[in-house]
Structures are given as C-alpha cells and as structure tokens.
Write a protein that binds this ligand. Sequence first.
Ligand SMILES: NC(=O)c1ccc[n+]([C@@H]2O[C@H](COP(=O)([O-])OP(=O)(O)OC[C@H]3O[C@@H](n4cnc5c(N)ncnc54)[C@H](OP(=O)(O)O)[C@@H]3O)[C@@H](O)[C@H]2O)c1
Length: 235
Amino acid sequence: MHLALTNQIAVVTGASSGIGKAIALALGAQGARLCLLGRNVRTLGLAAPHAAKFTLDLANEPQICEVATRLQRDLGGVDILIHSAGVFVPDRAGTAASAEFDRQRQINVQAPSLLTHELLPTLRVRQGQIVFINSSVSRQPPAGVSQYTATKTALKAFADNLRNEVNGQGIRVLSVYPGRTATPMQAAIHRMEDKAYRPEQLLQPEDIASVIINALSLPRTAEVTEIDIRPMHKS
Ligand SMILES: NC(=O)c1ccc[n+]([C@@H]2O[C@H](COP(=O)([O-])OP(=O)(O)OC[C@H]3O[C@@H](n4cnc5c(N)ncnc54)[C@H](OP(=O)(O)O)[C@@H]3O)[C@@H](O)[C@H]2O)c1
C-alpha cells in the first residue's frame, strides 16, 4: 500500500473497461477516492460500485466543460487525472473515411486536451498528476493504422508540451506506451486481423496499472515522464 495515494481524488476516463478499469481498481485499492467518467454510469458502477460517477461522452465538448465544473464543485478538487478512454479504427493510409479520423482525433486527442485544460486550475492548486494512456504505435508505427497512430502521436506531443508548461507549477505528467494488452479493444483488433486471440500471451491491464501506481507514488523529488511496456511473449 502506497500511503501517498490515500484520499487522493482520482478522476479516470475509460474506467468502464480494460486498462482504465484496472487503473481505477488499483487506485481504489490504494485508498484513492475515485471519480469515474463515462458514457454509461451503470457500467462504471459495475467497475467500482462506491466510486463517484459522472456521465460523459468525450465526443461532446460542452459536456466535458460541464462535467469538469461539476467535478470541482462536488469533489472540491482533483489530485490525479487519468486519461485512458480511446478508440481504434484500422485503416490503410489514405483509404479510411475522414469521419473515422475525426472521431479518433476527438476521443484520443481533443477530449483529453480539453478535459486537462478545464481541470488545470485545481491540479495546480493540489500539485496534481496527469497520466495519458498512449500506445506503442507512437514509438514504432506499424502498417495499417495510420489514423490511430496520428492521433496517438499528437497525444504524445500534447503531453510533452504540457509537461514543459506545468512542471514548474508542481504538476507531474506521465505518458504510458503499452503494447498489445488483453482488453475488449485488443480482442476486437484480433478479430479484425483474423488472428486467434490468446489474452494470456498479452500484457494484462493490471500490469499497466501496477507501474502507474508506482510512478504516481514516487516522492516529489522524482518524476517518471514515460513508460514503455510490452508483452513478455513476442508473437
Ligand atoms: N488494448 C491495447 O492493446 C492497447 C494498447 C495500447 C494502447 N491502448 C490504449 O489504452 C486505452 C484504453 O484502451 P483499452 O484497451 O482499455 O480499450 P477498451 O477496453 O475498449 O476501453 C475503452 C474505453 O474508452 C471509453 N470510451 C470510448 N469512447 C468513448 C467516448 N466517446 N466517451 C467516453 N468514453 C469513451 C470506453 O467507454 P464505453 O464503455 O462508454 O465504451 C471504454 O471505457 C486507449 O486509449 C487505447 O488506445 C490500448
């Protein structure tokens, strides 16, 4: 147990599933006070019944601003902001619909940028921490995912700029670059690739949650800026 996280107010997007759900559960186990954001409050409730929950569709920008205001009013502030929600659409460069690009850009980049912006005042006051779940595609772009890779690369740039801007105000910013992780998103990717899905050979969402908890718990003399994490089994 890391006492550093006890009673910290932690806001998590994407907490209904996969990596976000594992991070929310791990933060809860450390005594953090959870606030989960998602499209379906019932599904969020299944993840962590005692958490505060707010309905939020990250495609809806006015709703992001409203929820950010309510969060600060109802919770009194935010210490930890975890951006895990994301969408993936496969494409070959230049062949995919621009509507799919818009959707991925909105959910994977613009929404985390706007939510961060809206919560920065409270994060400054509370010397907060911000975590972006990025992807290994930003490190080594694979073939066939040009739009998704473009959005995750933009998210990396946003996080790196933000860190330069807010570090001096006591805010830590961490980007995490996981490889293939056993979640519903990865199961769907395997179906699209027509590959057998063997979740036991992939990274587990709990592996990612574990390294994030360690990074968030470090003394304030240190900052982990980036974490690359891959499945041990290489296919
Ligand atoms: N799985 C992997 O192999 C892998 C590898 C590298 C990076 N990542 C990244 O890790 C993050 C989490 O992915 P995952 O694998 O855990 O996927 P997942 O199990 O499919 O979960 C995705 C989450 O995003 C939320 N979400 C999607 N669209 C939303 C919207 N419009 N508004 C609010 N929430 C929305 C979903 O909520 P709903 O319940 O409302 O759908 C869900 O909670 C993503 O950013 C992904 O790009 C995943």
